[in-house]
Write a protein that binds this ligand. Structure first.
Ligand code: ATP
Length: 221
């Protein structure tokens, strides 16, 4: 569970948000929505221990967070294949036992993310959706209990977005994985998430997913 009490963040004199209060339960599929610059990324950075809070409380197990970034294209001549890319975050080891365990873990993750058949494909030649699946697979190393999708579906075709989200939903349901989905996508919010946290007036309020409307995503200013 993640528990936030009166969480406030300032950058110098700039107040990003104040007095955030919410709980996220294990297995929740949460969308984090709000206009540009409202503090979504800052909040997840604080959750991941990459940014300091100014005040308030945050209870979370930092060891168990996986992170999938926004899609960015990768050069055609990128040297690693999909499997090698997924293995990147493994710690180097000389222990044969640990190597065996790592290989098993990678095999399972490639199966979970439906990448087994294309694991030898050079990442640079993979489609946008396949690249995002490779990032998703990499984020599952070390068996995270919380998965943060930071606009991970942006710039993908509609069908590919849905495929990625179907896969994330499957992981959420099968393994009770908690998912926090930062998004500007109104339709994906409605279709996939069960709770929505909305940044408004420098704080957060929970809204019913059925009440989420397009104007909640509008650009600031
Ligand atoms: N390291 C930093 N130093 C100073 N200001 C920052 C820093 N990081 C973010 N900010 C500011 O904090 C505010 C919130 O930014 P943040 O990236 O969290 O918003 P966001 O809701 O994720 O926006 P977007 O939807 O555009 O990604 C912005 O005004 C931003 O300029």
């Amino acid at each position: 569970m993640i528990e936030v009490k009166n969480l406030t963040k300032r950058f110098g004199k700039q107040l990003v948000f104040e007095n955030l209060n919410f709980k996220i339960n294990d297995g929740d599929f949460i969308s984090l929505i709000g206009p540009n610059g409202s503090g979504k990324t800052t909040l997840v950075k604080i959750m991941m221990g990459l940014e300091k809070k100014t005040s308030g409380e945050l209870k979370i197990d930092k060891q168990t967070i996986g992170y999938v970034p926004q899609f960015r294209n990768i050069d055609l001549d990128y040297p690693l294949d999909i499997e090698q890319f997924v293995r990147l975050n493994l710690k180097f080891t000389l222990s044969p036992k640990k190597r065996c365990e790592d290989n098993e873990q990678i095999k399972t993750i490639l199966e979970k993310t439906k990448l087994t058949e294309i694991k030898k494909r050079p990442l640079g030649l993979a489609s946008g959706g396949e690249k995002q699946k490779a990032y998703l697979a990499q984020s599952l190393l070390n068996d995270p209990r919380i998965l943060i999708l930071d606009e991970s579906t942006a710039s993908l075709d509609v069908e590919v977005k849905m495929q990625l989200m179907d896969l994330v939903k499957e992981l959420n349901e099968k393994y009770n994985l908690t998912v926090i989905f930062i998004t500007h996508d109104y339709e994906l919010t409605k279709k996939y998430t069960s709770r929505a946290l909305f940044f408004k007036n420098k704080t957060i309020e929970e809204v019913n997913v059925s009440d989420v409307s397009e104007d909640m995503f509008e650009m600031r200013g």
